[in-house]
Design a protein around this ligand. Structure first.
Ligand code: CTP
Length: 188
Protein backbone atom coordinates (compact mmCIF):
# COMPACT_ATOMS: atom_id res chain seq x y z
CA UNK A 1 0.00 0.00 0.00
CA UNK A 2 2.84 2.39 0.92
CA UNK A 3 4.60 1.74 -2.39
CA UNK A 4 1.46 2.11 -4.48
CA UNK A 5 0.41 5.28 -2.64
CA UNK A 6 3.84 6.83 -3.23
CA UNK A 7 3.55 5.96 -6.93
CA UNK A 8 0.27 7.85 -6.99
CA UNK A 9 2.10 10.90 -5.70
CA UNK A 10 1.20 10.69 -2.00
CA UNK A 11 3.73 11.73 0.64
CA UNK A 12 4.00 8.46 2.59
CA UNK A 13 5.45 7.64 6.01
CA UNK A 14 5.76 3.90 6.58
CA UNK A 15 6.07 2.87 10.23
CA UNK A 16 7.57 -0.61 10.07
CA UNK A 17 8.27 -3.36 12.55
CA UNK A 18 11.44 -5.46 12.34
CA UNK A 19 11.08 -6.79 8.79
CA UNK A 20 13.75 -7.44 6.17
CA UNK A 21 11.73 -5.89 3.34
CA UNK A 22 13.21 -3.08 1.28
CA UNK A 23 11.77 0.39 1.81
CA UNK A 24 9.66 1.29 -1.23
CA UNK A 25 11.01 4.10 -3.40
CA UNK A 26 9.86 7.55 -2.31
CA UNK A 27 8.63 6.36 1.09
CA UNK A 28 9.91 7.72 4.43
CA UNK A 29 10.37 4.83 6.84
CA UNK A 30 10.36 4.85 10.64
CA UNK A 31 11.41 1.60 12.33
CA UNK A 32 9.80 0.45 15.57
CA UNK A 33 10.13 -2.66 17.73
CA UNK A 34 7.22 -2.44 20.17
CA UNK A 35 3.65 -1.18 20.45
CA UNK A 36 4.96 1.68 22.64
CA UNK A 37 7.40 2.72 19.90
CA UNK A 38 4.68 2.37 17.27
CA UNK A 39 2.42 4.60 19.34
CA UNK A 40 5.11 7.30 19.64
CA UNK A 41 5.92 7.14 15.91
CA UNK A 42 2.23 7.28 15.01
CA UNK A 43 1.56 10.40 17.08
CA UNK A 44 4.78 12.02 15.83
CA UNK A 45 3.63 11.46 12.22
CA UNK A 46 0.02 12.53 12.81
CA UNK A 47 0.66 15.39 15.22
CA UNK A 48 -1.43 16.01 18.37
CA UNK A 49 -4.34 17.43 16.33
CA UNK A 50 -4.04 14.67 13.66
CA UNK A 51 -3.42 17.27 10.95
CA UNK A 52 -0.17 15.59 9.84
CA UNK A 53 -1.89 13.13 7.49
CA UNK A 54 -4.92 12.91 5.21
CA UNK A 55 -5.20 9.19 5.81
CA UNK A 56 -3.92 6.44 8.11
CA UNK A 57 -3.85 2.79 7.06
CA UNK A 58 -3.19 0.50 10.03
CA UNK A 59 -2.17 -2.85 8.63
CA UNK A 60 0.13 -3.50 11.60
CA UNK A 61 -0.58 -6.68 13.55
CA UNK A 62 -0.10 -4.99 16.91
CA UNK A 63 0.14 -7.49 19.76
CA UNK A 64 -2.90 -7.26 22.01
CA UNK A 65 -0.72 -7.95 25.10
CA UNK A 66 2.86 -7.46 26.21
CA UNK A 67 4.86 -9.06 29.04
CA UNK A 68 4.48 -7.19 32.34
CA UNK A 69 8.24 -7.54 32.87
CA UNK A 70 11.07 -7.90 30.41
CA UNK A 71 14.35 -9.54 31.43
CA UNK A 72 17.67 -8.19 30.23
CA UNK A 73 19.27 -11.51 31.18
CA UNK A 74 18.64 -14.92 29.72
CA UNK A 75 15.93 -16.74 31.71
CA UNK A 76 17.50 -19.97 33.03
CA UNK A 77 15.48 -23.15 33.05
CA UNK A 78 13.80 -23.89 36.38
CA UNK A 79 12.11 -27.03 37.64
CA UNK A 80 8.57 -25.68 37.98
CA UNK A 81 6.00 -24.09 35.72
CA UNK A 82 6.92 -20.73 34.20
CA UNK A 83 4.11 -18.19 34.32
CA UNK A 84 4.30 -15.03 32.26
CA UNK A 85 2.07 -12.12 33.14
CA UNK A 86 0.71 -10.31 30.09
CA UNK A 87 -0.82 -6.85 30.24
CA UNK A 88 -3.00 -5.32 27.53
CA UNK A 89 -1.49 -2.98 24.96
CA UNK A 90 -3.42 0.18 24.10
CA UNK A 91 -5.49 -0.09 20.93
CA UNK A 92 -3.62 2.44 18.81
CA UNK A 93 -6.13 2.70 15.99
CA UNK A 94 -9.00 3.18 18.46
CA UNK A 95 -6.95 5.86 20.21
CA UNK A 96 -6.63 7.80 16.95
CA UNK A 97 -10.28 7.11 16.04
CA UNK A 98 -11.48 8.51 19.36
CA UNK A 99 -9.21 11.56 19.08
CA UNK A 100 -10.48 12.43 15.60
CA UNK A 101 -12.91 15.32 15.21
CA UNK A 102 -14.56 15.39 11.79
CA UNK A 103 -13.62 13.17 8.88
CA UNK A 104 -9.84 13.59 8.55
CA UNK A 105 -7.59 11.70 8.57
CA UNK A 106 -9.50 8.92 6.81
CA UNK A 107 -8.92 5.84 8.97
CA UNK A 108 -8.50 2.33 7.57
CA UNK A 109 -8.10 -0.77 9.73
CA UNK A 110 -7.47 -4.42 8.98
CA UNK A 111 -9.25 -7.42 10.49
CA UNK A 112 -7.88 -10.90 10.13
CA UNK A 113 -10.23 -13.75 10.90
CA UNK A 114 -10.89 -17.42 10.43
CA UNK A 115 -14.68 -17.21 10.18
CA UNK A 116 -17.00 -17.12 7.14
CA UNK A 117 -17.68 -13.89 5.21
CA UNK A 118 -20.98 -13.13 6.95
CA UNK A 119 -19.42 -13.28 10.42
CA UNK A 120 -16.30 -11.47 9.17
CA UNK A 121 -18.44 -8.55 7.97
CA UNK A 122 -20.31 -8.43 11.28
CA UNK A 123 -17.06 -8.44 13.24
CA UNK A 124 -15.52 -5.82 10.92
CA UNK A 125 -18.57 -3.56 11.55
CA UNK A 126 -18.12 -3.98 15.30
CA UNK A 127 -14.49 -2.91 14.87
CA UNK A 128 -15.56 0.06 12.71
CA UNK A 129 -17.82 1.29 15.45
CA UNK A 130 -15.52 0.51 18.41
CA UNK A 131 -12.42 2.03 16.83
CA UNK A 132 -14.34 4.79 14.98
CA UNK A 133 -12.70 4.10 11.64
CA UNK A 134 -14.09 4.57 8.11
CA UNK A 135 -13.49 1.12 6.73
CA UNK A 136 -11.95 -2.19 7.61
CA UNK A 137 -10.26 -4.65 5.27
CA UNK A 138 -11.55 -8.04 6.39
CA UNK A 139 -9.52 -11.03 5.29
CA UNK A 140 -9.42 -14.71 6.10
CA UNK A 141 -6.11 -16.10 7.45
CA UNK A 142 -6.12 -18.96 4.91
CA UNK A 143 -6.61 -16.49 2.08
CA UNK A 144 -3.95 -13.96 3.02
CA UNK A 145 -1.16 -15.16 5.32
CA UNK A 146 2.02 -16.46 3.71
CA UNK A 147 0.79 -16.14 0.15
CA UNK A 148 1.31 -13.76 -2.75
CA UNK A 149 -2.40 -13.36 -3.41
CA UNK A 150 -5.34 -12.30 -1.24
CA UNK A 151 -9.12 -12.20 -1.18
CA UNK A 152 -10.68 -9.58 1.06
CA UNK A 153 -13.72 -7.43 1.75
CA UNK A 154 -13.65 -3.65 2.10
CA UNK A 155 -16.23 -3.16 4.82
CA UNK A 156 -17.78 0.23 5.54
CA UNK A 157 -20.65 1.04 7.90
CA UNK A 158 -23.19 0.50 5.10
CA UNK A 159 -21.04 -0.90 2.27
CA UNK A 160 -19.19 -4.11 1.55
CA UNK A 161 -17.03 -4.32 -1.54
CA UNK A 162 -15.29 -7.58 -2.42
CA UNK A 163 -11.70 -7.74 -3.61
CA UNK A 164 -11.74 -11.02 -5.54
CA UNK A 165 -8.60 -13.14 -5.29
CA UNK A 166 -5.73 -11.18 -6.80
CA UNK A 167 -2.07 -10.41 -6.19
CA UNK A 168 -1.38 -8.18 -3.18
CA UNK A 169 -0.25 -5.23 -5.32
CA UNK A 170 -3.61 -5.14 -7.14
CA UNK A 171 -5.42 -5.48 -3.82
CA UNK A 172 -3.43 -2.47 -2.56
CA UNK A 173 -4.60 -0.51 -5.62
CA UNK A 174 -8.22 -1.41 -4.86
CA UNK A 175 -7.86 -0.25 -1.26
CA UNK A 176 -6.27 3.01 -2.47
CA UNK A 177 -9.12 3.51 -4.98
CA UNK A 178 -11.56 3.30 -2.06
CA UNK A 179 -9.40 5.62 0.01
CA UNK A 180 -9.17 8.15 -2.85
CA UNK A 181 -12.96 8.11 -3.25
CA UNK A 182 -13.30 8.82 0.49
CA UNK A 183 -10.76 11.67 0.26
CA UNK A 184 -12.68 13.15 -2.67
CA UNK A 185 -15.80 13.53 -0.53
CA UNK A 186 -16.23 16.82 1.21
CA UNK A 187 -14.33 17.31 4.41
CA UNK A 188 -16.31 18.03 7.58
N1 CTP B 1 -4.74 -2.40 16.23
C1 CTP B 1 -4.14 -1.32 16.89
N2 CTP B 1 -3.65 -1.47 18.16
C2 CTP B 1 -3.74 -2.66 18.79
C3 CTP B 1 -4.34 -3.77 18.14
C4 CTP B 1 -4.84 -3.60 16.87
O1 CTP B 1 -4.07 -0.24 16.32
N3 CTP B 1 -3.23 -2.78 20.02
C5 CTP B 1 -5.27 -2.21 14.86
C6 CTP B 1 -4.61 -3.07 13.80
O2 CTP B 1 -3.54 -2.40 13.17
C7 CTP B 1 -5.74 -3.33 12.83
C8 CTP B 1 -6.96 -3.42 13.73
O3 CTP B 1 -6.64 -2.62 14.87
O4 CTP B 1 -5.96 -2.27 11.91
C9 CTP B 1 -7.20 -4.86 14.13
O5 CTP B 1 -7.95 -4.87 15.24
P1 CTP B 1 -8.04 -6.07 16.29
O6 CTP B 1 -9.19 -5.76 17.17
O7 CTP B 1 -6.73 -6.33 16.93
O8 CTP B 1 -8.43 -7.22 15.37
P2 CTP B 1 -7.88 -8.63 15.05
O9 CTP B 1 -6.50 -8.85 15.60
O10 CTP B 1 -8.11 -8.83 13.61
O11 CTP B 1 -8.88 -9.56 15.82
P3 CTP B 1 -9.32 -9.68 17.37
O12 CTP B 1 -10.64 -9.01 17.40
O13 CTP B 1 -9.40 -11.14 17.62
O14 CTP B 1 -8.26 -9.01 18.20
Amino acid sequence: IAERAARRGARVTLIAGPVSLATPHGVTRRDVRSAAELRAALWAALGPDLSGADALVMSAAVADYRPAEASLEKLRRGSGTLKLELIPNPDLLAEVGHARRGTRPVLVGFALGTENDERAVASARTKLADKRVDFVIANHADESIGRDDIRALIVGARTCEPIERTDKRSAAERILDRLSAELATEQE
